[in-house]
Write a protein that binds this ligand. Structure first.
Ligand code: NOJ
Length: 544
């Protein structure tokens, strides 16, 4: 791979609970990952990112960490991690791990110490404890709401049995926020970074990278009704505060002490690419997820705009653009892109969603969207299972659901379980080969055999082969490090551009559009209609 790999890499997200389960207990594990890594080499990705596998009570699927420097027994041991890393290196795959610095689990020893300690103590100062409002402190310190629903503050019972202070949790009550103005917290995270860097990881995906620093005085804030959680351009007082960047400037120095090329990637859900690009200024992180791109609807004008913005904003600060369509927090793009316009994409599907998307339309669009994305210069993220064309599992039984979003919204939003179902490897065997026992922590739909990897491998036109071809051609034609030039005079519903030798055309309109004559079709997301490109189809051409 070229130097500064993060400028061009395709990074594959492994969600360890749902990738492969060697122990057979129904939850994926590190040995399972090691055993299946060669399939990712075969797919043609460069890097794997593992969602958290550290010690955790799993209240938020591992994003609630109780020990940052150990492996949760459900996933294995540190020795299993080292073996997985060694196997990845043998296969020439880089590995980045997830770091969760905004909050810990309430089972973290520091939080347990804080609960046992008195207000004003050193132990409480590691988290955001505050006295309540009102005479007896019975009102929360401000009106902030948790991103999972319900209040963002929980009151504790003091050691003497009285109702006491409140602590802040932007997410679940089991995920108390650290106080990043405390040097002790900063020092602890330098230690944690070094722990994983010493083991040989290539970098970190940083969870809630926009949230660590809260505005002084913790002022009240109400997000707009229909807005995203960032609340538009004026960020919420708990997101995007200037001081947060000092943290990453400091971390960058830690990474730069290490040999090899180690990288930081920000999960900063800010509303525009210009906002997101602040996390990748020259002395900060190397990459940031382009969520503005991920949340763009299936509309040619919107796509053109976000691509133009991205290819300006990231390079303006010396960083690569990144592209992403799916992850473990959003509706899989094969389903999302077929949602009716009035269903909020970020909030997802719930029991009251009137029309569930058509699976065939979704798959068609999803494949076209990926074909478009993988031609774009920069680095791209894939989420496990998208290479199989997996749809969102929209009809999980309610009693199987586990996402705190579901509980904290009293069953009005399904939350994220539908994109987290264990993935199918082999048709016709228990759990579609996820393990040998057939146990799975979320039920797999009955009709997933057709998505199994073995059903698709070597089958022309399958989604798996489409991804393999796109990744091979992307590398062969050097698209990731190319320059994008827009084609002139394209119809409104068509997105078309050229990168080096390759011309990309995506037709989002109803009518088929004629393809340029004499051009070679390198790859197409779906069947062509004679010499024309049908609706919801994208193609790469040479010689156009
Ligand atoms: C973002 C993670 O991707 C998500 O899964 C998690 O629930 C929140 N951060 C809280 O850590």
């Amino acid at each position: 791979m070229t130097s500064q790999w993060w400028r061009s890499a395709v990074i594959y997200q492994i969600y360890p609970r749902s990738f492969a389960d060697a122990s057979g207990d129904g939850v994926g594990d590190l040995i399972g990952i090691t055993n299946r890594l060669d399939s990712l080499r075969d797919l043609g990705v460069d890097v794997v990112w593992l969602s958290p596998f550290m010690t955790s009570p799993q209240k938020d699927a591992g994003y609630d960490v109780a020990d940052y420097c150990d492996v949760d027994p459900i996933f294995g041991t540190l020795a299993d991690f080292d073996a997985m890393l060694a196997r990845a290196k043998e296969l020439d795959l880089r590995v980045i791990v997830d770091l969760v610095p905004n909050h810990s689990s309430d089972q973290h020893p520091w939080f347990q110490d804080a609960l046992a300690a008195v207000p004003g103590s050193r132990e409480r100062a590691r988290y955001m404890f505050r006295d309540g409002r009102g005479e007896g402190g019975e009102e929360p310190p401000n009106n902030w709401q948790s991103l999972f629903g319900g209040p963002a503050w929980t009151r504790v019972t003091e050691a003497d049995g009285t109702q006491g202070q409140w602590y802040l949790h932007l997410f679940d009550a089991s995920q108390p926020d650290f106080d990043w103005s405390n040097e002790e917290v900063r020092e602890e995270f330098r230690r944690i970074l070094r722990f994983w860097l010493d083991r040989g990881v290539d970098g970190f995906r940083v969870d809630v990278a926009h949230g660590l620093v809260k505005r002084d005085g913790l002022p009240d804030y109400t997000p707009p009704e229909d807005g995203d959680s960032m609340g538009g351009i004026e960020p919420a007082p708990y997101f995007g505060q200037d001081g947060v960047h000092d943290v990453y400037r400091d971390w960058r120095k830690v990474l730069d002490e290490y040999d090899g090329e180690r990288a930081l990637c920000a999960e900063a859900w800010m509303p525009t690419v210009d906002e997101i690009a602040k996390w990748v200024r020259p002395d900060e992180m190397h990459q940031a997820f382009n969520f503005a791109y991920a949340m763009t609807r299936w509309n040619a004008g919107d796509l053109r705009e976000v691509i133009i913005d991205s290819l300006r904003a990231f390079p303006d600060v010396g960083a690569p653009a990144t592209w992403v369509l799916s992850n473990h927090d959003v509706i899989r793009h094969t389903t999302r892109l077929a949602l009716p316009a009035d269903v909020p994409q970020g909030h997802g599907i719930g029991p009251k969603t009137p029309d569930l998307p058509d699976t065939a339309v979704g798959l068609h669009r999803g494949r076209a969207a990926t074909t478009l994305m993988l031609a774009l210069p920069g680095s791209a993220y894939l989420y496990q299972g998208e290479e199989l064309g997996l749809p969102e599992a929209v009809d999980l039984p309610d009693d199987a659901r586990q996402d705190p979003t579901w509980f904290r919204h009293n069953g009005e939003r399904y939350g994220r379980d539908g994109c987290r179902v264990p993935i199918p490897w082999e048709a016709g065997v228990p759990a579609y080969g996820f393990n040998r026992t057939g146990e799975t922590w979320l039920p797999q739909p009955d009709d997933w055999a057709e998505y199994a990897r073995d059903r698709q491998a070597g089958v022309e036109g399958s989604t798996l082969e489409l991804y393999r071809t796109l990744l091979r051609l992307r590398r062969e034609f050097g698209l990731a490090s190319g320059e994008l030039e827009w084609a002139e005079a394209a119809p409104d519903d068509v997105v078309t551009f050229r990168v080096g030798e390759v011309t990309v055309i995506a037709n989002l309109g109803e009518q088929a559009v004629p393809l340029p004559q004499g051009a070679d079709v390198l790859v197409s997301s779906g069947p062509l209609d004679g010499g024309a490109l049908p609706n919801d189809t994208a193609v790469w051409l040479r010689g156009a």
